[in-house]
Design a protein around this ligand. Structure first.
Ligand code: SF4
Length: 295
């Protein structure tokens, strides 16, 4: 049996950089707390705790030392709050997330009403909106939500996308807003990480050599479930959290397994699944395509 990995999968560049920064901090002897999960993956949270960086839900749970702000960013007021409490900040906010913070501040200063396409409960969106007067922005996620607003009410609109969404899938939502206001402008701040993972998963599942696709990731991760749905339209596909979820019956008569992973899945979880598959059925040639297309 052969294994083919998608050309892009797993952590986006922002989360990878954040992970490296936290591990470098720990190697330097640092201990601290991270606000919110680095990614929605319990194993990553446990790994961080083992390394000496516990996960907290609020700044006031940290009495002293270092607080880590994760790749998806925080509201600017959290930096002030941390300073006020005498905490040192290790800021791992992704550069693209900061671009949206800066661009939305510029749009606001220019008098535009802000529209965020995304999930109001997602930490990234909370980071953009928490400190703002609710009268100056909207968060919309569906066509119905977009249709419920009279967008002509504002002289200008600037539209931003939550970076963990594939912007292309929200075209219908954005069109409703644009139809409602001729002065609606899309901010030039799109991150392609999610789209790249999805496109690579689609290409993997479309590959005629691939018989079955395994998607590694949390069952509660929306991003992972979405990847699974994309693959399942093309090939028999299974969502697994780890090796314990793999049913050998799926692999009977299978010559090539496609492997991809959600954005919250650490590399070691994918490696474990691959090792397990090869133990179940080692390749005749002794060769895996595992590292071929690493993105
Ligand atoms: S999805 Fe994009 S913007 Fe968001 S953290 Fe990852 S790389 Fe950065």
């Amino acid at each position: 049996m052969r294994i083919k990995r998608a050309t892009k999968y797993g952590f986006c560049s922002g989360v990878r950089v954040a992970d490296i920064k936290v591990k470098r901090f720990v190697r330097g002897g640092g201990h601290g707390a991270i606000l919110g999960q680095v990614v929605h993956n319990e194993r990553v949270v446990e790994e961080m705790e083992r390394l000496g960086v516990r996960t907290v839900k609020a700044i006031d749970e940290v009495a002293d030392g270092v607080i880590v702000f994760s790749a998806h960013g925080v509201p600017p007021s959290y930096h002030e709050e941390a300073r006020r409490r005498g905490l040192e900040v290790l800021d791992t906010t992704c550069k693209f997330v900061y671009d949206i913070h800066h661009e939305s501040a510029r749009a606001r200063a220019a008098g535009a009403h802000l529209v965020f396409i995304g999930d109001p409960g997602h930490r990234e969106v909370v980071g953009y909106t928490h400190d703002l007067d609710p009268a100056i922005y909207h968060i919309v996620h569906t066509v119905a939500e977009a249709e419920a607003v009279d967008w002509s009410h504002w002289p200008a609109l600037t539209i931003f996308y939550q970076t963990t969404l594939n912007a292309e899938e929200y075209e219908d939502v954005v069109r409703v807003i644009e139809r409602g206001n001729p002065n609606a402008r899309r901010a030039d701040t799109v991150c392609y990480a999610t789209k790249e993972n999805q496109d690579a998963a689609r290409a993997l599942a479309s590959d005629p050599e691939v018989d079955v696709v395994l998607v590694v990731g949390g069952k509660h991760s929306a991003n992972t479930r979405h990847l699974h749905a994309i693959c399942a339209r093309l090939k028999p596909s299974y969502l697994v959290q780890g090796v314990e979820d793999i049913d050998p019956a799926w692999l009977v008569g299978v010559a090539c397994v496609g492997l991809t992973a959600g954005a919250s899945t650490p590399d070691y979880a994918i490696d474990e699944v691959e090792r397990h598959l090869l133990e179940l059925d080692p390749p005749a040639s002794g060769e895996s395509e595992a590292e071929k297309g690493r993105g």
